[in-house]
Design a protein around this ligand. Sequence first.
Ligand SMILES: Cc1cc2nc3c(=O)[nH]c(=O)nc-3n(C[C@H](O)[C@H](O)[C@H](O)COP(=O)(O)OP(=O)(O)OC[C@H]3O[C@@H](n4cnc5c(N)ncnc54)[C@H](O)[C@@H]3O)c2cc1C
Length: 371
Amino acid sequence: MSRRVLVVGGGTGGSIVANLLARRPDMEVTLVSREATHLYQPGLLYVPFGWVSPEQLVRPQRPLLHPRIRFLHDEVREIDPVRRVARLSAGELAADAVVLATGARLAPEEVPGMEDAHHFYSPEAAVRLRETLARLEGGHIVVGVAGVPYKCPPAPLEFALLLEWELRRTGRRSRTRITYVSPLPRAFPIESVADVVEPIMARRGIELVTFFNVERVDPARKTVSSLEGEEIPYDVLVLIPPHRGTAPVALDGIADRGGWIRTDRETLQVAGYDHVYAIGDATDLPVSKSGSAAHYQARTVAERIAAGNPGRDIRYTGKVMCFLETGERRATLLRFDYQHPPRPAPPNPVAFALKRLFNRVYWALVPTGRV
Ligand SMILES: Cc1cc2nc3c(=O)[nH]c(=O)nc-3n(C[C@H](O)[C@H](O)[C@H](O)COP(=O)(O)OP(=O)(O)OC[C@H]3O[C@@H](n4cnc5c(N)ncnc54)[C@H](O)[C@@H]3O)c2cc1C
């Protein structure tokens, strides 16, 4: 007898899990996404420098999906995890298993004055930043995050390092000062990575301000201040907005106060529900919110659903694998899981080439579930 699987969200995680399950003749897979397109978010890092355009990062969703998948371009307004019934704008949909892969949303409204800050976490914001950087002659650029957790922990740091390199290449570095603000005692959440990156920042004159938890931005005075009482003046502010979960779940207790879905760190079941799973940015899992984590989690969930028995011993180990690009045509690979922190090599041209290759092969290999 075939089983009905409902996947909510057509981003990295949702596309992979749907494609893996659709290969099996005993699965009837429906994927609901409120976008008709799929955005390759990692490419947004390059938009502010004019290295790619947002149009190059977007593809229609349908061709990325196995022909057996029923694709509904719609929004899931609510899910009842007990009955496994989803309410869409076009009516109700029942399933035997549900996978929530609804990602995160940006919440700039949580920080007063954020309208004066730039970021590159959406195509529109990345283009606005590109226009500002193109006009930039010099001044003080402050880069950081306005709250944790946020998607892709390396991205803001990569941006600061690429910015430093780009300003040097375009003859504007001597007229600019770059400051990186971090809410943590170091530049990166994981100590072994901070140990590699901080000497590079120091060598390249990127100032680091730690324990800076952003409280507000004052657009009139052009200052950003922290909960710790520090105030930093800026000419251009690049601040990743706070993130929140997007769970369309009806019952209390399924999502925490940030909207992140309470998810078992190994089985990926939504707390209390055997046949409801959550993956990717939408979860409260103690791993980085990254396409890579969503990718490995999607494989685990697809295997668990295919096995049919939620108690079977198929588990997510916390695996993440992503690159950190440092400019100067160098990058390092970060590989870790719940038990093993990353031990990154010094940034090198091989990892840089692999990162750029991955950006190119993403469409053919990743959302389709081929790797
Ligand atoms: C600038 C930047 C750089 C990054 N770099 C990297 C990197 O180098 N490596 C890496 O691994 N990761 C990187 N990431 C992170 C990565 O893109 C995300 O972690 C990944 O896309 C998460 O996948 P997801 O499936 O959980 O969510 P998403 O890909 O965000 O997909 C969520 C989908 O759900 C849909 N949706 C939401 N709510 C509903 C609803 N109620 N009904 C129907 N559909 C809904 C959304 O429209 C969206 O299509 C980067 C992100 C950014 C912004």
